[in-house]
Design a protein. Structure first.
Length: 255
């Protein structure tokens, strides 16, 4: 069952997404070489709580932090710690918010200083793949139309799509039905309906699509240790143009 949200619920999702964007903006000011990833975690946690929300990832299945900080070959679920950002890194920041019963989830990959051409292209392609997928979030499309659009975009640029992790429905739980693979043939799966809310999140690798989990039980890395990028939005399916609830993370707020 994929939930269809009513107008009052969509308003709550918008508020949750707004707080999430505010947390991103607070953290972004501090993304720079020499900054330990645990500092970003603290900043996000404070921003979310001061806005009346809860960090959705903290304690989720035992996850120890409020954000995921995934550097370079880390695909997702990197645990913040003492490791410092350095020039040439790419950092994926994934944050979830629970506000007044409603969840929002988004991710973005940042370049730390100057990064090599592969990383730059990988980030651009992953962001482009996300938005090609989002374009399919219209009533009447099939779920796998999203998947296919993402895969086609990534592979056209000679990158690979992670299979082992997927996007998801979101609303009164962080992860709801349906699962949304980032690959597959078009025209399959349930028909999309206005009121569905989906977290679309391509994870794209420079090398092999194959991943493994480190001994900490969380950190997902590429098997060949080539870099990976991750962008995510929480999106409302409509009859027309999809509403990207977390669009606010794409623009820096004026300080
Ligand atoms: Mg997600």
């Amino acid at each position: 069952m994929i939930s269809l949200r009513e107008a009052w619920e969509i308003e709550k999702l918008r508020q949750s997404a707004r707080l999430l964007a505010a947390a991103f903006h607070e953290v972004e000011k501090h993304i720079a070489p020499g900054v330990p990833t645990e500092t970003l975690d603290t900043l996000a946690d404070e921003a979310i709580r001061s806005g009346g929300g809860l960090p959705a990832f903290k304690g989720y299945n035992g996850f120890p932090a409020s954000v995921c900080t995934s550097l370079n070959a880390v695909v997702v679920h990197g645990i913040p710690g003492k490791e410092e950002l350095k020039p040439g890194d790419i950092l994926s920041l994934d944050i979830g918010v629970l506000l007044d019963g409603y969840f929002s989830d988004a991710a973005k990959t940042y370049a730390i200083g100057a990064v090599d051409e592969t990383k730059k292209r990988l980030m651009e392609t992953t962001r482009k793949a996300l938005h090609r997928g989002i374009k399919k979030c219209r009533e009447g499309m099939r779920l796998s139309d999203i998947s296919h659009a993402i895969q086609a975009t990534a592979e056209a640029d000679h990158f690979s799509v992670v299979r082992a992790l997927v996007g998801h429905g979101i609303g009164t739980a962080l992860h709801e039905e349906p699962q949304i693979p980032n690959y597959g043939a078009p025209g399959q799966g349930p028909k999309l309906q206005a009121g569905m809310v989906l977290a679309i999140e391509p994870m794209i690798n420079a090398g092999t699509h194959s991943v493994e989990i480190l001994k900490d039980g969380w950190t997902v890395v590429t098997r060949d240790r080539e870099p990976s990028a991750h962008f995510e939005h929480t999106v409302l399916v409509t009859q027309g143009k999809p509403e990207i609830l977390t669009m606010g993370i794409e623009e820096r707020q004026p300080e």
